[in-house]
Design a binder for this molecule. Structure first.
Ligand code: JFZ
Length: 469
């Protein structure tokens, strides 16, 4: 009797369980289907890490680092770009080719430590790292097989700098990318020369390669080197560099190079400076590069970045004392993030392979600020309200609603700021660094916030505003 009853219960239990399991399975299936439908397009997916990262390190390092902006006791001409000393030393004639190549014999950055470079980037809050694999001078920082003009074959240093950096990037989970000068190459016959004279007329006219010569350089140096870089180091992105009167880079060449990279890698991103004056290029590349040190004053939909210097030069320049204050660099980073852009901050390491002290100091200060305030930068959405006089805004979706990050750069004398056009009622307003709770009042044209009595950070104080759905 008892056993029969038990059997009955058991049977019922089994039926219920079966139903339960099939419902779960159905849910699973449905969610699978939904998930599949909700998958971002491959293009968007590929960009996800880059959009979230917002902050990267740019490095200019090469043979030009040996003279560091000074040739025969004289400062270079034209501008501060120390990586241009081959053309701008001994101004206006440039350094003779033979002599410049000889810098390879002195290239011996004995204190170069890839681990240290990437650790410094990571600690500054940078999520990716970009280095001049080959700059305009044509010298390669890896043992390229297509030319002896490289760090292993031509210098006493003989180490694969890119290889060491690639390992360190893996260790610190920093995404690696390469600057590659595909157009100008002053070290290989057939590479383009500076597009001079420019409008200023101060520059000497440069002999340009013929179409056939450039085609030869393209097929024997440029494409094979890009292939090596992808196959050896599996980069997350390229930063190509074309500007000015670059007649050699025809639309066909641009299309060819884009197709070439796409075929070799399905993750490698490409920037817009692969071309110059190419209408519609934004639809063929993954992200836009602004002009050097130029910061747009509004939102741009297509992923974009500004590359910026810490002083005036990209490559290390021993006489460039024009170091920017940390507040200015934070402003660049935050302004770009609030307008949907990234910031790639440059370091020019010195001839011994270490970073200049003023750069290290700035990286550390930025890092300390990012440790506390980075949550308003990484993965944050651009400003959803109006541009503001006192600073910038980013936003994040939370379970309950939205969290706004107010980056206050200009501390108001009045002791209060108004968030123009923010009409929602906040549930909590707080200083991110200190946790101090602030008072807000909804006015007809925005939210007025009473600032703390003491300014926690004169560079930039971050205030969070939580708003429920
Ligand atoms: C280019 C390089 O020539 C330079 O050495 C450095 O690597 C920099 C990041 O990129 O310089 C440029 C390119 C474009 C402009 C200015 C400098 N521009 O169009 O204003």
């Amino acid at each position: 009797m008892l056993i029969r009853k038990f059997r009955k219960i058991e049977k019922q239990f089994l039926i219920v369980m079966k139903k339960f399991i099939s419902i779960i399975a159905l849910c699973f299936l449905l969610s699978g289907v939904n998930q599949f439908n909700a998958q971002p397009t491959p293009e968007k997916d590929k960009m996800a890490w880059w959009r979230e990262a917002r902050f990267g390190m740019f490095i200019h390092f090469g043979l030009y680092t040996v003279p560091s902006g000074v040739y025969n006791g004289e400062m270079m001409g034209r501008n501060w770009y120390a990586e241009w000393i081959r053309m701008q030393g001994n101004w206006p004639n440039g350094i003779p080719d033979e002599e410049y190549r000889n810098f390879a014999k002195q290239f011996n950055p004995k204190d170069f430590n890839a681990d240290e470079w990437i650790r410094l980037a990571r600690e500054a809050g940078m999520k990716y790292f970009l280095i001049t694999a080959k700059h305009h001078d044509g010298f390669a920082l890896w043992p390229t097989k297509v030319s002896k003009y490289n760090v292993v074959d031509a210098t006493p240093f003989k180490r694969d700098i890119l290889g060491e950096l690639a390992s360190a990037c893996k260790k610190y989970d920093v995404k690696l990318g390469f600057y590659y000068s595909h157009w100008q190459d002053w070290g290989h016959e057939g590479g383009a020369m500076p597009p001079w004279p420019s409008k200023t007329g101060r520059e000497p006219e440069m002999p340009q390669p013929t179409k056939a010569q450039f085609g030869d350089y393209w097929n024997k140096i440029c494409l094979p080197q890009v292939k090596e870089l992808i196959e050896n180091y599996d980069p997350w992105f390229f930063w190509f560099d074309t500007w000015g009167k670059s007649e050699q880079i025809t639309h066909e060449k641009v299309d060819e190079l884009i197709g070439f990279v796409r075929k070799l890698s399905d993750k490698c991103l490409i920037n817009s400076r692969i071309a110059f004056k190419y209408e519609g290029i934004e639809n063929k590349v993954d992200y836009l590069s602004m002009m050097d040190n130029s910061f747009p004053d509004g939102y741009i939909e297509k992923p974009w970045e500004t590359s910026g210097t810490m002083n005036r030069s990209w490559g290390y320049h021993q006489l460039d004392y024009g170091w920017k204050p940390v507040g200015e660099m934070l402003r660049n980073l935050v302004a770009n993030a609030s307008r949907n852009g990234n910031y790639q901050l440059n370091i020019g390491p010195m001839a011994d392979g270490t970073f200049p002290k003023p750069s290290i100091k700035r990286l550390k200060e930025i890092g300390a600020w990012m440790d506390i305030n980075g949550e308003g930068i990484y993965g944050a959405k651009p400003n959803p309200v109006a541009e503001q006089e006192w600073g910038y805004i980013t936003a994040k979706e939370t379970k309950k609603g939205t969290k706004l990050y107010l980056f206050v750069f200009d501390w108001a004398e009045s002791g209060k700021i108004k968030v123009k056009e923010l009409l929602k009622i906040p549930t909590k307003i707080q200083v991110l660094e200190t946790g101090e709770v602030l008072k807000g009042t909804n006015l007809k044209d925005g939210l007025e916030i009473i600032l703390p009595e003491f300014c926690p950070d004169f560079n930039c104080t971050v205030i969070t505003v939580e708003i429920n759905k």
